[in-house]
Design a binder for this molecule. Sequence first.
Ligand code: KG4
Ligand code: ZN
Length: 335
Amino acid sequence: MLVLGIETSCDDSCIALVDGTGKILANVVSSQVDIHRQFGGVVPEVASRKHLELLPFVLHSALSGAQITLDAIDLITVTRGPGLLGSLLMGMCFAKTLALAKSKPLLGVNHLEGHLFAIRLDYPTLEPPFIALIVSGGHTELVDVAEWGRYQVLGGTRDDAAGEAYDKVAKFLGLGYPGGAIIDRLSEQGNPQRFFFVGGLETEDTLDFSFSGLKTAVVRTFSRFSKEEKQNFQSIVDLVASFQESVVRILLKKTITALKITGYRRVVLGGGVAANRCLRKKMKEGGEQRGFQVFFPSPSLCTDNAAMIAICGLFHFLQGRRDSLHVEPDPHFSL
Ligand code: KG4
Ligand code: ZN
């Protein structure tokens, strides 16, 4: 069994090949970050045009890297949503064309479920039940995974997603784009205890998140800095390290509450922010102290990729699901 995965929900043009056991044969990610950096964020119209231009090359790279021809593929999977409509359309149009031209079955995949399934690429035998924490640029979701394919969202963000807050703080401080990995790196040199930020909803009895207020608190603290302090590298890294400490503390706190409510003893993470070193460390430590297991995909499988789409699509295909060539993208596709 050979599965082709296509992912174009945002600004990465991704194609992967995964076999029936979940082994990755190719996983190509063509990042558009250098193009969007000059605008300080993703420009949707530019992203969709770039997908159109890049996808044929990304496909060629994946197939030749794995030494496989299109004829040998058994299933074509593609992200249906959530994401940017124009970007999703490009991936779906590309997938439908391949499915039609080569008479292959087609399956649309939920991007968030893909992030959830990324863990199976590293831990093929991992089975629910567990709590999943999906933390990306667009989502912060705590999910009760009773079994693969059966989900109950326990909490989500009411405003900014965790990754979005990272990106906005980095942009405000002029640190670069995308901000998550930059703040992750800079924070290693900072003092996370220098400032204390309480997150919105942190102390409230809900599994929802709110990161917008946290971002504003960082902005306010910076604006109270003296002129010299604003130029001072140590003050800036202390500020971002303290911001990160708060984000991680909130994510850990709500995850622990979700474990208590469900009685589960395992947590699976996914999404770009799950690549964060501080989050990985603190979550592991939390698990050791409180007796729950924590599973992270390897960092390159946390951020957007098509291998996670392929393995998620493979699961549904084996359950008997198929999509017609009329399947449409859904920018607000929920779990
Ligand atoms: O899952 P992803 O690649 O795309 C979405 O589905 O949104 O996540 C991208 C997000 C961005 O906000 C990016 O800044 C953040 O993940 N991110 C990180 C790290 N690497 C990527 N955030 C914190 N620490 C990182 N190391
Ligand atoms: Zn994503």
